[in-house]
Design a protein around this ligand. Structure first.
Ligand SMILES: [Zn+2]
Length: 297
């Protein structure tokens, strides 16, 4: 094993998890073993407490233009801005071009060609590792601090058809990010809703409700005829938070989560927060087992 399995072994010996099956695969020049594990719910300390009121606490998360993401509350306050997305793909692109050129020059079936193919695969794996690690970190932080999250329902496939945006979007891995957010939020008993696909979060004025259809990608600041203005990304995130505020009791918008074992996303434990993990619970120390560190080699 290359990865640290200490947490997993502890879960297994304490009978808080069991391995259902293992999948062996070979890619990027390495053998991989993926374990499918059935584990107990997160410890109550790791879960979000139930809301006493039923209105507040919504946070909208928007994919920023220059930032990876911007999060804002429904009153327009920015609560998080993650700007340092590793442009893993862009930075590695030059190297990738060199490696694939080198591969194409090698004679088919030769030892050199096999070696060049292995270098290229290794490079792809590194880029993927950096990206995955980043997405796990950011999604983990968000679900820790916010129990009610609204994200855009992105028609990602449709956007990929636009060649200019294609690289930037796949680099940011936004749909993968949404997937991680969904299951991590479900683990913690929080809520995650997707705003309607046609909700104009970027172009909507929260003051007068006018939608500015003339807005372009170049406009960094949202300015409305009524005098309201705000940072483009912050305004979009705040509008998403407001959407959650007004639509949250609509069950249709609650995201079903296949990885949560059919548990509704807002189910909460009523048995209080014990200090010590009991059998049938995943302790605070075990949470985060899903985060991989990027292998050094
Ligand atoms: Zn306005």
């Amino acid at each position: 094993m290359h990865d640290d399995t200490r947490r997993l072994r502890r879960l297994l010996t304490k009978h808080r998890a069991k391995i259902c099956f293992a999948t062996i695969s070979y890619h990027g020049g390495r053998w991989w073993c993926a374990l499918n594990v059935e584990a107990a719910d997160l410890h109550p300390l790791q879960q979000h407490p139930a809301h006493t009121d039923d209105v507040g606490g919504w946070v909208g998360v928007d994919r920023g233009l220059s930032a990876f993401l911007v999060a804002a509350a429904d009153d327009g306050t920015e609560v998080a801005r993650v700007s340092d997305a590793p442009k893993a793909l862009a930075a590695g692109l030059k190297r990738q071009r060199r490696l694939s050129k080198s591969l194409s020059r090698k004679k088919k079936g030769s030892h050199n060609r096999n070696e060049a193919a292995a270098w290229l695969a290794r490079h792809h794996r590194r880029v993927a590792n950096v990206r995955r690690h980043f997405l796990h970190q950011v999604s983990g932080e968000l679900v820790k601090t916010h129990d009610r999250i609204v994200i855009e329902n992105l028609n990602v496939a449709g956007m990929l058809a636009n060649r200019r945006l294609a690289r930037a979007i796949s680099d940011a891995g936004w749909s993968e990010f949404a997937r991680l957010l969904k299951y991590k939020q479900a683990w913690r008993g929080g809520q995650l809703v997707e705003a309607d696909r046609w909700f104009p979060s970027t172009r909507l004025c929260p003051e007068c409700g006018v939608v500015d259809n003339a807005m372009t990608l170049a406009d960094r600041v949202f300015t409305c005829g009524c005098g309201y203005s705000a940072d483009r990304d912050t305004n979009a995130a705040a509008n998403l938070a407001r959407w959650g505020h007004t639509h949250h009791d609509d069950d249709l918008h609650r995201s079903p989560d296949p990885q949560a074992g059919g548990r509704a996303t807002n189910v909460r434990r009523r048995d209080g927060a014990g200090q010590h993990p009991r059998v049938g619970e995943t302790s605070s120390d075990d949470a985060g087992t899903d985060v991989h560190t990027a292998p050094a080699a």
